[in-house]
Design a protein around this ligand. Structure first.
Ligand code: SF4
Length: 341
């Protein structure tokens, strides 16, 4: 359920949530009616009910009560498995957290965006890095799984700051992370800054490279990145004035992250090309990159199309084709990260 801007005390300078989510601003009661209709039509396994958009834990009390009553009732009927929500790190009071727990919520995602004071101030988020870190602890100590959302490229955040954010997020050991590179939406204050030349978003290539590094870094820490970039629709092209908007952004970043892990293993193997690699079938859509853009890079490390096999699930296996002794078999360490150059 998307509740754009519901419960928000301020408007962050980059936020155009109604455009991002495609959901119109409606009353919580009407949105719940819609959700009820959809749940009544669902067949098969009960899904999670997720409340996103706005600031869920700061909803007006009557709206929050409606959402929690709705969640408890649907849980009781077995129409949903559990519930989760996203919210701001400075809106977590003990009473609300208890009410969420009693209503079947198990995952709280924090729209942290950055842990860097300078960037938070420039985006007028209304909290600082310490508050964001404390919020992670509050969520965990209250017994919820923690999700962290970051926004690389936001104003006041350079590449070093964005990398620090990823390291801090990894140290908080969340159950999942989402990476939403900053975009300039029409109608926002950020659009005005961009027009006046006071903000310039990172280029697409730099963003993909950074995201690939971030995905590797988080996966190395055992943290799944469950979303990279906002969900693309062609209409967004007209509403996003600047920034790394691309329909395959997540795929490009994951593909590059995978390539970097394979390149790292190839360097360790230090064998003469050509190399052979067995890749899990589930990675078939990512291996060569978007429109095959990584084929040349693979050639540079000695892997051409003839050397690629598709295997069962698990990790990739890289070996020198001229020597198949077991000592030459390299199975990559799960999530072994590599810096993207
Ligand atoms: S970014 Fe979050 S807190 Fe800020 S205005 Fe948008 S929905 Fe509200």
């Amino acid at each position: 359920m998307f509740l754009p801007f519901a419960g928000c005390r301020t408007r962050c300078i980059f936020c155009a949530q109604h455009i991002q989510t495609g959901a119109e601003r409606r009353s919580v009661a009407l949105t719940l009616e819609d959700a009820a209709r959809q749940l009544d039509l669902l067949e098969g396994d009960a899904p999670d009910l997720a409340f996103y958009g706005g600031t869920f834990t700061a909803l007006p009390p009557e709206d929050l009560a409606l959402c929690l009553d709705f969640t408890r009732a649907r849980l009781k009927r077995g129409q949903i498995r559990a519930a989760r929500c996203s919210t701001r790190p400075d809106c977590l009071d003990a009473e609300t957290l208890r009410a969420l727990e009693d209503s079947g919520f198990y995952l709280l995602e924090l729209g942290i965006q950055s842990f860097q004071d300078k960037a938070l101030k420039r985006a007028r988020r209304g909290y600082d890095g310490d508050t964001a870190r404390r919020a992670c602890a509050v969520v965990r100590e209250a017994g919820f799984a923690l999700g962290i959302q970051l926004m690389p490229g936001m104003p006041g955040l350079d590449a070093a700051g964005a990398a620090r954010d990823v390291r801090v997020a990894a140290a908080e050991n969340p159950a999942c992370a989402r990476l939403y590179p900053c975009l300039v939406f029409a109608g926002t204050e950020l659009a005005e800054l961009w027009r006046r030349g006071l903000y310039r978003p990172p280029e697409l290539a730099a963003t993909v490279s950074f995201l690939a590094w971030a995905i590797s870094r988080l996966q190395t820490a055992g943290i799944p990145v469950i979303r990279t970039g906002i969900a693309y629709t062609p209409e967004l092209e007209k509403k996003v004035l600047a920034g790394p908007l691309h329909p395959a952004l997540g795929n490009m970043a994951r593909s590059l992250a995978l390539f970097c892990r394979i390149r790292k293993q190839a360097r360790r193997l230090a064998a003469k090309p050509p190399l052979e690699i067995t890749i899990p079938r589930s990675l078939q859509g990512e291996f060569w990159g978007h429109k095959g853009e990584l084929a040349e890079k693979y050639l540079e490390i000695g892997i051409d199309r003839r050397g690629v096999r598709w295997g069962n699930e698990g990790e990739f296996i890289l070996r020198a084709s001229e020597d198949e002794s077991p000592s030459e078999l390299w199975k990559n360490a799960p999530g072994a990260g590599d810096h993207v150059s």
